[in-house]
Write a protein that binds this ligand. Structure first.
Ligand code: ASP
Length: 377
């Protein structure tokens, strides 16, 4: 009897042990499965988050550059294919110089100066070598440059023997306590700074002399135009200004603008245009944009074109494109003036706006994409 009792007792114990193991096993299997589900959920959520950026998303360029070679009555019908190619080649050569400076981490000020040097050394443009003639048959050159980071600026007006007036403007900004110098004093400063001084004959080009002769003939025929179109005559075939300018944004986010010109054919009495006037011909401010102007200078001074574009952005929150359009088409246009600008904003967006038939112009983004154009469309 006792043996039977023991046997029953052991059977019950064994059953409990078996039951315990069975329950534990089921529990462990359950946990593993659940763990696997959670693991795969985590894996999935890792794959889903963060979502990959859309490939078409627009990113701001690291740097940009734009140039102009003057605005005016530049009509396709007056231009030969050969002449057009010459202008385009020179614009490309110039902008590539500035592009390389920016690509290699150089400053926007250096890009602007070196790009303008190329255009000043070409007889094609009304700046440096190709400067137009005054009524007295002399060449009087103007230039200016501005640093958008410091709002420092330099300008020279009415110099006759400085080969590259943009270098003089830069030296005035960097190495003198002044912003603007003119005539003999500016020339003396250029010499002291070791800038290249040339014989007056250097600026004598046949084409520009022919333009002066044409302008004087017209002045005689229509003396009533003496005050205005004697030196600004869009009807004269092939007449164009040809001032040069450059704006740039460098990799550090600094903006710069520069402009260089011989002014207007047949100008008199020491006339100075907008090109060396900071705020009219040139302006740069890291908070907004960099602008270089070209056109009928008297109107660009009165409309304070370059600064006005920056001010519309700063105080009215306008985009560069809208601000430039407003100033060139409404403000300058309503006054009766004409011309254009090239500009770049602090995000590297380039705008080229003009109300004339054409403007020699080019731009390049950090991707190396080159755009060159002359006519309106
Ligand atoms: N703005 C220059 C001036 O009035 C001329 C030009 O840009 O063509 O001197």
């Amino acid at each position: 009897m006792l043996i039977l009792k023991h046997l029953i007792y052991h059977i019950i114990i064994m059953k409990k042990i078996i039951l315990f193991f069975a329950v534990s096993l089921t529990f462990l299997i359950g946990c593993k499965k659940e763990g696997e589900i959670i693991d795969s959920e985590i894996r999935e959520s890792k794959i889903q988050s963060p979502p990959p950026p859309p490939t078409s998303e627009k990113t701001n360029p690291l740097f940009s550059i734009a140039i102009h070679g003057g605005a005016g009555t530049i009509l396709r019908k007056n231009m030969s294919a050969e002449k057009e190619a010459k202008y385009k080649d020179k614009l490309e050569e110039a902008i590539r110089v500035g592009y390389e400076v920016l690509k290699n981490g150089g400053t926007s000020l250096d890009a602007v100066t070196k790009t303008i040097n190329v255009l000043e050394d070409s007889p094609l443009f009304n700046a440096g070598k190709g400067a137009v003639f005054t009524n007295a048959g002399t060449n009087e050159l103007d230039a200016s440059i501005m640093d958008g980071q410091t709002l420092n600026a330099g300008a020279s007006a009415g110099t006759t023997n400085v080969k590259n007036p943009i270098d003089l403007a830069r030296a005035i900004m960097d190495k003198s306590p002044h912003v603007m110098m003119s005539g003999k004093g500016a020339e003396k400063f250029a010499e002291e700074q070791g800038l290249e001084i040339v014989d007056l004959k250097y600026f004598h080009t046949e084409n520009r002399m022919k333009s002066l002769i044409r302008a004087k003939k017209r002045e005689k025929k229509e003396p009533e135009h003496e005050n205005k179109s004697a030196f600004y005559d869009p009807q004269i075939k092939d007449f164009k200004f040809g001032t040069v300018g450059c704006v740039a944004l460098d990799k550090k986010g600094n903006l710069a603008a520069g402009t260089s010109t011989g002014g207007m054919t047949n100008k008199r009495w020491g006339r100075i245009g907008d090109a060396p006037i900071i705020g009219a011909g040139t302006y740069a401010n890291n908070a907004t944009c960099a602008v270089s102007s070209t056109g009928w200078g008297e109107f660009f001074i009165r409309a304070m074109v370059a600064h006005d574009i920056s001010a519309l952005m700063e105080y009215k929150g306008m985009s560069l494109k809208d601000a430039a359009h407003e100033v060139i088409h409404k403000k300058v246009g309503d006054l009766g003036g004409d011309g254009g600008i090239v500009a770049v904003d602090k995000n590297g967006n380039v705008t080229m706006e003009f109300n004339t038939a054409g403007m020699y112009r080019a731009s390049m983004s950090d991707k190396g994409e080159l755009k060159i154009a002359i006519y309106k469309d």
